[in-house]
Ligand binder design. Structure first.
Ligand SMILES: *[C@@H]1O[C@H](CO)[C@@H](O)[C@H](O)[C@H]1NC(C)=O
Ligand SMILES: *[C@@H]1O[C@H](CO)[C@@H](O)[C@H](O)[C@H]1NC(C)=O
Ligand SMILES: *[C@@H]1O[C@H](CO)[C@@H](O)[C@H](O)[C@H]1NC(C)=O
Length: 377
């Protein structure tokens, strides 16, 4: 998006309308808050359901100099096409580490985005992306991937946060409203996307980038929720789901006491390995996330390829789920396999329950859960 369009979009973003009403009544002020005035509204199915398929850690572009890397990307494309055909999701989330940036070249790195978008364009669903530590490297950055996606994807809802929010390499913070039907002004579900940065800064003098959500995102969450409440009134019936690539620091404590009956699914990757995320640095984000977003049903992360469980964080009661390693690139073990996480809401109920499971590449369904108040209480 160029500077002028982003300015124009900023102006359109909050457009309060005052309708003429009979003199006896007080003027009715109806706020319209729609970050996508030029895109079709994303809606539930007529049967009251909505299915989200989460792809994570695709790791395209690994080892382009040998046969192994390109072969993994071909397998990942087969997985994507099969999943889209068989699952028919209503929305697709790409949950970070789209590419293995360390192995990319400055002159063609963003072409990997075109490869990933190919099957999504063919299937035609709405979708959006967040980015991971491997998407910020000397030859590629989150912002470059976002810009390329906006250029080549037909139905993307990915956005960058307003200037000053998210920190360097952490621009991908935004939310997407999902409605019951096209004519509705107030959504029933908000998908929140957060950028946990990481990796290295772009260019010759590359430096490490902090790998947690920047504190400015906490203030932004608060002001966005305020704008939503001002425009829509009560958000009692509006559910929310969050997505962030690197698991927040505070959910790490869940792994030590994980009960595999309550939290089925692979638990083979020690959280924190391969990450230098510092203790408590994402406290401002975690606090805002768990305090200000109404009806947050779950937060979904990727990053740890050997984990696919869900559990409830004790202090704030938020459900945390791992996605599933979807790309054949990236680290892994032969028995971990590849797949996606599905999240399904039913009966237009977005605030009390949802179903979720891991769908493996070969179609196997595992770690099937009904998440509601009784889950991991
Ligand atoms: C980045 O791209 C350049 C040119 O395309 C290449 O020479 C270099 O090896 C790449 N990787 C790194 C880490 O700089
Ligand atoms: C980028 O160019 C290099 C050679 O310079 C090639 O090996 C690699 O496959 C190219 N990558 C893409 C995504 O086109
Ligand atoms: C795990 O959860 C199940 C089901 O709630 C329970 O029966 C079992 O005792 C738990 N195991 C441990 C070790 O706490």
């Amino acid at each position: 998006m160029n500077h002028l369009t982003s300015k124009l979009l900023g102006l359109l973003y909050i457009l309060p309308l005052v309708f003429a009403v009979p003199a006896s009544q007080t003027p009715l002020s109806v706020g319209i808050l729609d970050p996508y005035p030029d895109k079709p509204k994303i809606t539930f199915r007529e049967d009251g359901s909505f299915k989200i398929t989460v792809l994570s850690d695709l790791h395209f572009g690994e080892n382009p100099w040998d046969d192994w890397g390109p072969e993994q990307d071909r397998k990942s494309l087969v997985l994507l096409r099969r999943v889209f055909r068989e699952e028919q999701p209503d929305y697709v989330v790409i949950n970070g580490d789209l590419v293995t940036g360390e192995n990319t070249f400055k002159h063609n790195a963003t072409l990997l985005i075109d490869q990933i978008i190919g099957p999504i364009n063919e299937a035609g669903m709405p979708f959006s992306s967040i980015h991971g530590n491997h998407d910020n490297q000397r030859n590629i950055s989150h912002m470059q991937e976002i810009q390329r996606e906006l250029k080549v994807a037909k139905r993307t809802y990915t956005r960058a946060a307003p200037k000053g929010i998210g920190g360097e390499g952490g621009e991908g913070n935004y939310w997407v409203p999902i409605y019951k039907c096209t004519d509705d002004r107030i959504p029933v579900l908000i998908l929140w996307f957060f950028d946990s940065r990481g990796g290295e800064s772009l260019g010759e003098n590359s430096r490490p980038v902090e790998d947690w959500v920047h504190p400015s995102v906490a203030k932004w969450i608060r002001s966005e929720v305020k704008a939503m409440k001002d425009a829509w009134g009560s958000m009692e019936n509006v559910g929310a789901l969050g997505f962030v690539h690197i698991p927040p620091f505070l959910v790490r404590s869940l792994q030590a006491n994980l009960n595999s009956t309550v939290s089925p699914g692979l638990n083979a990757d020690h959280m924190g390995d391969g990450s230098s995320q510092r203790e408590g640095k994402d406290q401002a984000f975690w606090h805002a996330l768990t305090t200000f977003i109404p009806n947050l049903q779950a937060l979904v992360s990727g990053h740890d390829h050997g984990n696919e469980w869900c559990a409830r964080e004790r202090k704030k009661g938020v459900v945390f789920c791992f996605a599933k390693h979807s790309g054949h690139g990236g680290y892994g073990k032969p028995d971990w396999g590849f797949g996606v996480r599905n999240v399904v809401f039913e009966q237009f109920d977005t605030t009390s329950t949802f179903k979720t499971w891991i769908r493996m590449e070969d179609g196997e369904k595992k770690a099937i859960l009904n998440i509601d108040a009784a889950f991991d209480p």
